[in-house]
Design a protein around this ligand. Structure first.
Ligand SMILES: [Zn+2]
Length: 490
């Protein structure tokens, strides 16, 4: 079944630091009875004024503007100078109805960007008729607006050369995405930070240093020697979301590395010397990878899995890769299926990849519980479809929503069958929450739409994100190396 038209209502609450967004759905589910079509409408709570309707796709088109197909990036890391020199070649087309392109690039500024060239024309970052730096009301994302009209049917080429400060203190260079905070790889190369903007990434890494370096990352990695210096070309080989591209470039003398094939998956694990046991990680994967293959499907990334093990903290999933502690390893590897290959359309829809992940864990332990009858929240609608980062209620409240669905569908095994069905049918086809509701209906015959509106699109509690609250940094990845390495870089 194709999704019925969904309309998003916006309501600006002046007392709130964020907008309160109420997404209500005109239940256009045509109930065909006796030859006539009836429509039901969800009742809007009286105290909330009804704002103007906005279509989700139109909003994404107008805010994101471009659709990137290919990115060819060169990144040269100079650890002794704490500098990163970049050159990005971006092939993009305009989204429907859009003419003036923009791109996300957080360190952008006249002191960082050396050159911008759009379709063969040099643009001057200091000339307001060429370039405008913009922020959006609906998101914390910053953009560079390129003040030239681009046609809808053309492939456009944007080249940006830049030099930015980069230091993490330990002579290494790595992707540091935090999808709860909404920080993607636009922190180091121009991109569109949105889960459903999928593009092929080809990134060439090089280091200017006397030290030897080692590299792991998402996709195919080719090591080439160039004048006694190594370069690594990372090729995702397929379109992926930019924020799911991982790399780890680290001094060789500081790491242990081991590669094994587990259940047909090529697994490469790197960690700091004298920190975490690589064997323990392999041991976890020895049972985890076969379980996920049996329950959900063949491991999604042909190139296998790259893991950088940290001493503590949480983890972050990437396409075919993760930077994670041992304790978060299973969670991050589960995301290879839901999060990195079955992809949410927007960050706010990302609630489901965390919710499904946590539900799988809780239900296996027999500790999952459904939401109570009257549960309502605005996990999804507390924000716009173009905002970055997601609401961290996704983990626990979200897992309970999934348990409510799973138990009504008939229990854990049936819901896992559904996950396998989703995985085989919608891999790399980003979908939003309403499409997920449709998929559940198609699979089980049970319509959760009305309840999901209560569970995810209602409720008075205002959206909160980790980035807006203090002391909620428990989701962060902790890259601190062990003492013996730390002292080397002091
Ligand atoms: Zn997660």
């Amino acid at each position: 079944m194709k999704s019925s038209l969904r309309i998003i209502f916006f309501n600006k609450n002046k007392n709130s630091i964020e907008y309160i967004f109420i997404l209500l759905v005109l239940l256009t589910l045509p109930l065909i009875t006796g030859g006539c079509v009836t429509e039901e409408a969800i009742t809007i709570p009286e105290e909330i004024p009804q704002p103007d309707p906005v279509d989700e796709n139109d909003l994404m088109d107008s805010i994101l503007r471009i659709d990137i197909q290919n990115m060819d990036v060169k990144l040269e890391y100079i650890p002794d100078e704490d500098v990163l020199i970049g050159e990005s070649i971006i092939e993009f087309s305009m989204r429907p109805g859009q003419m003036i392109p923009l791109i996300h690039f957080d360190p952008a500024g006249s002191d960082t960007i050396g050159n911008i060239n759009l379709n063969g024309e040099d643009l001057d970052i200091n000339d307001p008729s060429d370039i405008k730096m913009i922020t959006f009301e609906e998101t914390t994302q910053e953009g560079i607006e390129l003040l030239r009209e681009c046609g809808n049917d053309e492939v456009n080429i944007l080249i940006i050369k830049y030099r930015i400060g980069y230091s993490n203190g330990y002579g290494s260079f790595y992707s540091d995405v935090n999808d709860i905070y909404g920080v993607g790889n636009e922190a180091v190369f121009p991109s569109i930070n949105c889960p459903s903007d999928l593009s092929t990434h080809r990134i060439t890494f090089s280091v200017v240093s006397d030290r030897s370096y080692s590299f792991i990352g998402s996709g195919k990695v080719t090591e080439i020697e160039n004048n006694n210096n190594l370069k690594w070309i990372l090729d995702t080989e397929r379109e992926v979301a930019s924020y799911t591209v991982m790399w780890m470039l680290v001094p060789e003398e500081d790491i242990d590395f081991e590669e094994r094939v587990i259940d047909g998956v090529d697994v490469r694990i790197m960690t700091y010397k004298e920190s975490v046991s690589i064997d323990s990680a392999f041991e976890i994967l020895e049972s985890w990878l076969p379980e996920l293959r049996t329950n959900i499907g063949v491991f999604p990334m042909e190139r296998g899995l790259d893991v950088f093990l940290t001493q503590g903290g949480g983890g972050m999933e990437y396409f075919g890769a993760t930077i994670t502690s041992l304790s978060a390893l299973e969670h991050e590897v589960f995301h290879m299926y839901f999060g990195c290959s079955v992809v949410a359309k927007t960050y706010r829809d990302s609630w489901w990849d965390e919710a499904i992940n946590m539900w799988y864990e809780y239900s296996a332990a027999g500790s999952s519980s459904p939401v109570i009858q009257s549960f309502s929240s605005n996990i999804v609608s507390g924000r716009t479809p173009v905002s970055v980062g997601f609401d961290d209620r996704a983990y626990n409240d979200g897992a309970r929503v999934i348990e409510s669905i799973a138990s009504e569908m008939g229990g854990r095994e049936i819901f896992i069958d559904f996950l396998s069905h989703i995985y085989s049918n919608y891999i790399f086809s980003p979908f939003n929450t309403f499409e997920l509701i449709d998929y559940i209906l198609e699979f089980s015959g049970i319509d959760f739409e009305e309840r999901m509106i209560n569970w995810l699109y209602s409720g008075a509690r205002v959206y909160y994100s980790a980035s807006e609250t203090n002391g909620r940094d428990y989701h962060k990845v902790d890259m601190t190396p062990p003492e013996n390495i730390r002292i080397k870089y002091q």
